[in-house]
Ligand binder design. Structure first.
Ligand code: MN
Length: 233
């Protein structure tokens, strides 16, 4: 069997220190160069600052090591990286995308997005638009990092997805719209894994990285996509 040409993972929520993602990236570095797409919520990047670079150095260093080994790296920004910019791109060695990335694999058109925009949640979409707006970015850049962090924490606490008792629900119309015109749609955000056929489109919810476990999707030269999971001791 030939080696995968594409790896897709997301919702790692790396907070520094040891984590299975580090072992996985070390393994990838031993494999033939391919394309790695991280579909968002890799880390929490609320301020595009050197502080974030230092905190996530074990992960960022490994990404740049893959790049040095001729891997192609892409990160589709998730809701935890809404305001990530040039510093994140430089520190990770990845090309940043938003709101989605499209690529071809074995003649199939594949769309990859974080998944937050597929939810039935107008309140969240409002906050997402605000965080990406120019006034918010300018305001952020004028205030000291500690204050930015505090505001980010407050906003996060009040963002709809985190409110206890509130269920995350996919919006079928948004999902159908995203699945239109492509052969496969890969997304995350919702911490679950499944694969469903939606018309002509193969929809894959890639899954997250809970304690000691990793989920990702491998793509092969013939266009085949294979969900994988593994536990690390
Ligand atoms: Mn998310």
């Amino acid at each position: 069997m030939t080696a995968p040409q594409l790896y897709v993972a997301g919702d790692i929520h790396y907070a520094g220190g040891s984590h299975p993602i580090l072992a996985w990236l070390d393994e990838l570095a031993q494999r033939p160069p391919a394309r790695l797409v991280l579909l968002g919520d890799v880390v929490e990047w609320w301020v595009d600052s050197g502080g974030c670079c230092a905190r996530y150095a074990p992960l960022l260093d490994r990404l740049r090591a893959l790049r040095a080994r001729r891997w192609t790296l892409d990160i589709v920004r998730g809701n935890r990286e809404l305001i990530a910019g040039r510093r994140f791109a430089v520190a990770s060695g990845a090309r940043l995308h938003w709101p989605r990335l499209e690529l071809a694999l074995g003649g199939r058109r594949i769309r990859i997005e974080h998944g937050d925009r597929l939810l039935d949640d107008p309140l969240y979409r409002g906050w997402s638009a605000l965080a990406r707006s120019l006034p918010f970015r300018v305001w952020s850049s004028l205030h000291p990092p500690a204050l930015q962090e505090a505001v980010a924490r407050w906003l996060r606490r009040h963002s709809a997805g985190r409110r206890p008792g509130r269920r995350i629900r996919l919006d079928p119309r948004r999902l159908a719209a995203s699945a239109r015109g492509v052969d496969a749609l890969l997304f995350g955000h919702i911490h679950a894994c499944w694969r469903r056929q939606l018309g002509a489109c193969e929809c894959i919810l890639v899954g997250d990285w809970p304690a000691g476990e990793g989920r990702w999707v491998e793509g092969y030269a013939d266009g085949r996509l294979a969900p994988r999971r593994r536990r690390w001791p």
